[in-house]
Ligand binder design. Structure first.
Ligand SMILES: *Cc1c(COP(=O)(O)O)cnc(C)c1O
Length: 480
């Protein structure tokens, strides 16, 4: 592709993206592809001769797009937000054009210094302690792994990287029964062992019970284990529960255990001063992660990882082959020493574009609106006697359940599952589910970049309409 062709197709692609965003509500939100149907349309091998780019764009429209679930649709209410936005898309194009490897300062000084500055901006925007230093990781899963590895190194007096874990007593990691699966995965990868993740019971609001945490740590200490890390969550994935950071932090500080805060989803709400109660006790935290690639309008991937003691982090990860010895070492941040990867993408650029183009005030206004929409939806659902709100609504997610009168809990499970599939099959909206105390519940997340009140109100109307169609059919035939 020469530069004239690049220019021609570049304009076409940008035009495609603009049209896509304009018309996004016309696509079925959840892809209707059947298993194997996309692959069956793709040739078994690559072409040996050059093909015109037009054919790529045509196949993108005809083969790929039907197999896409539209996460940027304002009618996407499933899982969690994975927001993108126009400034993020444009900056990502520039990142791809530069193709920079951001492993050390020397391999692109601007990338390293912009990353350092962006992490300071994010830290200050969210009111995190000034002593925190940040680095962009690909995902929260990686950031949590990095926290576990650093905690493991500290707990073994920096021996485990050198000698392996064989010479130490069993290490233990604590999190609530509602914590994200990345904690268990990370503990496995870190050699701590998945079975050494202690799932602490939760209180009525699904937040970690600190009395149970204290008991678990004391039992482990008495058994000769090494308590290594506690992972507290601000906004669990299932029900957005908020763990009591201060009480957990006091225990960690007393016992000398690393405290990592998983705020992957909820962290963005710390932009709002009125939501900072969630981080009360943050002065006890050793590390925190939150994902601008979830709720802060920055396309995947971009996960902000903050640490109190960057020296321990670097001591865990640095390794210095001859070809990476530079004259600037020690004066600048070489981010390959701040995580698992050597090669790193230039992710700070899109963050810079997003923060500047929206401005902090507008970012705050959008997050605030998402919180308002969740409360509004919870109000509408709560006012209907056939529905129940199943968890406190602190953030952008409403967990609810359809519970028609005279229906057993088991029948209601089946009805809610049926309602979920019927709604998603319409293509008009997309919801997901979880289980709370064994019960099937629906989750609706009101945090897409372009979601408005009308989308939420229409979704609720559709939910009720679909549910009554199911129940009248159920009466006519048989509920199943
Ligand atoms: C989404 C989520 C994660 C995982 O985030 P990735 O960036 O996809 O790894 C971890 N913890 C919580 C609480 C989450 O909501």
């Amino acid at each position: 592709m020469n530069s004239d062709e690049f220019r021609k197709y570049g304009h076409e692609v940008v035009e495609w993206i603009a049209r896509y965003y304009d018309n996004i509500e016309q696509y079925p939100v959840k892809s209707r592809s059947l298993p194997g149907s996309v692959k069956a349309q793709l040739p078994g091998g690559p072409p040996s001769e050059s093909q015109p780019f037009d054919t790529f764009l045509k196949d993108f429209d005809e083969i790929i797009l039907p197999g896409i679930t539209h996460w940027q649709s304002p009618n996407f209410f499933a899982y969690f937000p994975a927001n993108s936005s126009p400034p993020s898309v444009l900056a990502e194009m520039l990142t791809a054009a530069l193709g920079t490897q951001c492993m050390i300062w020397e391999t692109s000084p601007a990338a390293a210094e912009l990353e350092e500055r962006m992490m300071e901006w994010l830290r200050d925007m969210t009111g995190l302690p000034e002593c925190f230093e940040g680095v962009i990781q690909d995902t929260a899963s990686t950031a949590t792994l990095v926290a576990l590895l650093t905690a493991r190194e500290k707990a073994s007096s920096f021996r485990s990287n050198r000698t392996g874990l064989f010479s130490t007593a069993t290490m233990r990691v604590y999190c609530s029964s509602q914590s994200h699966s990345s904690v268990e995965k990370g503990a496995g990868i870190a050699g701590i062992g998945r079975e050494n993740v202690v799932r602490i019971p939760v209180r009525e609001d699904f937040s970690l019970d600190p009395a149970e945490l204290r008991k678990a740590i004391e039992t482990d200490l008495a058994a000769g284990h090494i308590p290594c890390c506690v992972v507290a969550t601000i906004g669990t994935t299932g029900t957005t529960a908020i763990d009591p950071l201060r009480m957990i932090g006091e225990i960690c500080s007393e016992k000398g255990v690393w405290l990592h805060v998983d705020a992957a989803l909820g962290g963005t709400a710390l932009l709002l001063p009125e939501m900072r109660w969630m981080a009360d006790g943050i002065e006890y935290a050793d590390s925190l992660v939150f994902n601008p690639h979830k709720w802060m309008f920055t396309n995947f991937d971009c996960s902000a990882y903050f640490v109190r003691d960057a020296a321990s982090l670097i001591r865990t990860f640095d390794i210095l082959p001859e070809y990476l010895r530079t004259r600037t070492r020690g004066q600048v941040n070489d981010y390959r020493d701040w995580g698992v990867q050597l090669g790193r993408r230039f992710r700070a650029l899109k963050l810079w574009a997003v923060i500047r183009t929206f401005g902090v005030d507008q970012l705050r206004a959008m997050i605030r609106e998402h919180l308002r929409l969740a409360k509004m939806l919870a109000g509408m659902i709560g006012a209907d006697r056939e529905y129940r709100i199943m968890a406190p609504v602190h953030l952008n997610t409403v967990c609810f359940r359809w519970q028609p009168p005279d229906v057993t809990e088991d029948e209601a499970d089946r009805l809610n599952e049926k309602l979920n599939h019927s709604l998603n099959d319409t293509g008009k909206i997309y919801l997901s589910h979880t289980r709370v105390e064994g019960r099937y519940i629906l989750r609706m997340v009101t945090a897409q970049t372009t979601v408005e009140e009308r989308h939420v109100a229409e979704a609720w109307r559709l939910i009720r309409e679909t549910a009554s169609a199911i129940s009248s059919k159920g009466r006519a035939v048989d509920i199943d």
